[in-house]
Design a protein around this ligand. Structure first.
Ligand SMILES: *[C@@H]1O[C@H](CO)[C@@H](O)[C@H](O)[C@H]1NC(C)=O
Ligand SMILES: *[C@@H]1O[C@H](CO)[C@@H](O)[C@H](O)[C@H]1NC(C)=O
Ligand SMILES: *[C@@H]1O[C@H](CO)[C@@H](O)[C@H](O)[C@H]1NC(C)=O
Ligand SMILES: *[C@@H]1O[C@H](CO)[C@@H](O)[C@H](O)[C@H]1NC(C)=O
Ligand SMILES: *[C@@H]1O[C@H](CO)[C@@H](O)[C@H](O)[C@H]1NC(C)=O
Ligand SMILES: *[C@@H]1O[C@H](CO)[C@@H](O)[C@H](O)[C@H]1NC(C)=O
Length: 512
């Protein structure tokens, strides 16, 4: 595919004017009309495309019938070209090898597009460096990474037919990203792949967040009420639904505060004491040892231990307590213990959740309340399975996976190529090359899939039975027109209202 599908609002409205509550920042809603408007506007601006050196990372088929993802390197100097290719390769491998996008990989191509930047890295404090696309952070906090030159990025994208989803890859070792028109991620060893798969989830499936404390909750994984669940087909136990799981969020905040040893950061919250267990989630950056930070609830050390491989990058911690919070007020506090980390150690977010009866929710698809930044309730399909909620998960929930199939397949054809070969007896051998799914996959996957193929002769209602499920058919010499119908089935799609997984077409016999 060669069109930029989601070129939008960030170009017209400055990206830094966007909502403040998204964890990794996401532009929110987008529409095809908007994309068209902005493309036209940008064509008038006539921004020259940067010189792109394009290298294939994973190529599964012709760009005309694949969804093309291209990493556009930012903040990599000419000397850092090999680092860019290594970073792009490792991110691609991470999100496609046996996890996340592995099942849909035959629909995708991945490319790396290199343009040297004058300076190395991404900007901070709202100021880009002298780089191709001008990536920068708002302050120094490890959160959103924005782009100052969307017109250059869109010109780069339009200059190649390998760009359906441009991914701006910032040469920076720490957490940060953005979803939407341009997916933004960094080369953070600990977080780059997680941020990328999450942001691509927004960009491809068009879903909002699943974590608490956000502002956009929409798409196939979000319901505004228990009466309008779009994932009913994925209920693990339909007989018991709708059954809203019991949970409450007594505390949630994004402090983005630098910690110091003089005074602890603390907050109070209330519990009704009516739940059975609770969870403390928080993220910090700039701490490297478990002795650097004391985390307490009601003066009791919660036993936080640092992720030993994360270095000073941001990391999200979840600590479960198999007991109820007592009724009344509670105090959550963070005390920096290592003075040398003042000015570096930062508390990013913190949240307390209470849960009702505990049972194994690992894969369970039901109805789970999600709480926005303003404590508005929406619903999601799984507790922690989906990477749209849990940054450390490598999996989408079933509802998102179905959405992913349908979004990727929507612009594609199940047929890569159809060829006709006239036979000596006057008949025609018609052969279709199908997308490499089901029995044509090069790398088998763990999900049941099947193709059904029907061939039709001159009469468009009569199936040529002998060729059913074959990828070629002999069309006899008296026939001037024939039809082919291909249906792809995967257990990962249960509802396909728009018949995205069906291809049906009639053709003229060429030799006639
Ligand atoms: C993906 O990257 C994460 C760190 O970002 C790493 O922990 C994980 O092992 C990688 N997985 C694969 C399959 O490469
Ligand atoms: C959200 O609302 C619930 C129900 O009213 C309340 O118990 C909880 O404390 C609120 N949480 C926050 C963070 O305001
Ligand atoms: C130390 O941290 C506390 C809690 O975040 C804050 O209120 C205080 O202003 C900080 N002190 C300095 C000197 O930064
Ligand atoms: C379709 O098949 C024909 C004959 O094998 C080949 O020449 C042509 O390049 C193919 N087209 C594509 C897009 O693969
Ligand atoms: C064609 O393939 C589909 C999918 O595997 C199968 O359900 C169907 O029975 C097959 N039809 C024939 C006639 O073999
Ligand atoms: C059509 O040609 C292909 C390739 O030569 C061959 O494999 C196939 O068996 C032929 N199909 C029929 C129905 O004869």
């Amino acid at each position: 595919m060669s069109t930029i599908k989601y070129l939008l609002a960030a170009v017209a409205a400055a990206p830094f004017a966007l909502g403040q509550f998204c964890e990794h920042q996401w532009e929110g809603a987008f529409s095809a009309d908007n994309a068209d408007n902005i493309r036209k506007l940008q064509e008038r601006q006539n921004t020259a495309a940067p010189d792109l050196e394009i290298l294939p990372l994973i190529v599964n088929g012709p760009s005309s019938n694949r969804v093309d993802f291209i990493f556009l390197g930012d903040g990599y100097t000419a000397e850092q070209r090999d680092k860019f290719i290594a970073d792009a390769t490792s991110l691609t491998t991470n999100i496609t090898s046996g996890q996340t996008f592995a099942d849909v990989l035959p629909l995708m191509n991945f490319w790396a597009g290199f343009t040297p930047s004058a300076q190395s890295g991404v900007g901070v404090g709202g100021r880009p460096l002298d780089t191709v696309y001008g990536l920068y952070r708002d302050g120094t906090e490890l959160r959103g990474v924005y782009y100052a030159k969307p017109e250059v990025a869109s010109a780069a994208c339009r200059s190649t037919d390998t760009c359906d989803y441009p991914i701006l890859l910032g040469n920076d070792p720490y957490y940060g990203g953005l979803g939407g028109t341009f997916t933004v991620t960094t080369a953070s060893p600990g977080n780059g792949a997680s941020v990328l798969r999450h942001e691509l989830g927004h960009s491809i499936i068009g879903v909002g967040e699943e974590y608490d404390g956000g502002s956009v909750y929409r798409g196939v994984n979000a319901a505004q009420s228990a009466n309008s669940i779009p994932w009913k087909q994925w209920y693990t136990d339909p007989a018991t639904e709708p059954n809203i799981q019991r949970t409450n969020m007594p505390f949630q905040a994004y402090p983005w505060t630098l910690l110091n040893t003089t005074r602890r950061w603390q907050a109070t919250f209330n519990s009704a004491g009516t739940y059975d267990t609770h969870l403390l989630q928080f993220s910090v950056s700039g701490v490297t040892a478990s002795t650097d930070l004391l985390v307490e609830i009601d003066g009791k050390d919660v036993g936080w231990e640092v992720n030993p491989v994360i270095g000073v990058d941001r990391w999200i911690y979840n600590i479960n307590f198999e007991e109820a919070l007592s009724p009344g007020q509670h105090v959550l506090s963070f005390t920096l213990r290592n003075k040398a980390l003042e000015g570096k150690a930062q508390l990013c977010n913190a949240e307390v959740l209470e849960y009702g009866e505990t049972y194994d929710f690992e894969e369970f698809h039901g109805i789970f309340p999600t709480f926005s930044a303003s404590n508005r309730t929406t619903y999601r399909p799984t507790n922690r399975l989906c990477l749209m909620r849990t940054m450390q998960s490598v999996d989408f929930c079933d509802a998102c996976m179905e959405g992913l199939w349908l979004s990727l397949m929507n612009p594609l054809s199940l047929i890569d190529n159809i060829t006709q070969a006239a036979q000596p007896d006057g008949s025609t051998n018609v052969t279709v090359d199908l997308l490499p799914l089901a029995q044509f996959r090069q790398v088998p996957n763990a999900h049941a899939e099947a193709y059904t193929v029907f061939w039709y002769g001159e009469d468009e209602d009569v199936v040529l039975d002998e060729f059913t499920n074959k990828t070629s058919a002999l069309i006899d010499s008296s026939t001037t027109e024939f039809g082919v119908e291909v249906r792809f089935w995967t257990e990962q799609v249960r509802v396909d209202n728009n018949q995205v997984l069906v291809f049906k077409e009639r053709y003229s016999v060429e030799s006639k």
